[in-house]
Design a protein around this ligand. Sequence first.
Ligand code: SF4
Length: 93
Amino acid sequence: MTNTTHEEAEMLRWAREYAENHGWILNPDEKQLATVIRGLVRNRNKFGRAYCPCRLRSGDEEKDKAIECPCIYHKDEVENQGACHCHLYFQKP
Ligand code: SF4
């Protein structure tokens, strides 16, 4: 098992637990889910923080705290659109 695979498995575990704690589910499409998880791990390795893979970083650390996963927008998005912008977290069907 490569390190990246291990990190992705850890990230997935964390995201699943977070979803469960909020009464949500993760994206049921495993391919899409894996892409988001991979993006989060890549950003954490590259930038030191698990920035949202679906949003643009400003480069300003203070501002970019808003888009560290779970970002400041996700609760509204899940509630109002059924899923967060990246389609990581979903309302239960
Ligand atoms: S949109 Fe979803 S995946 Fe992206 S940072 Fe927010 S909660 Fe995380």
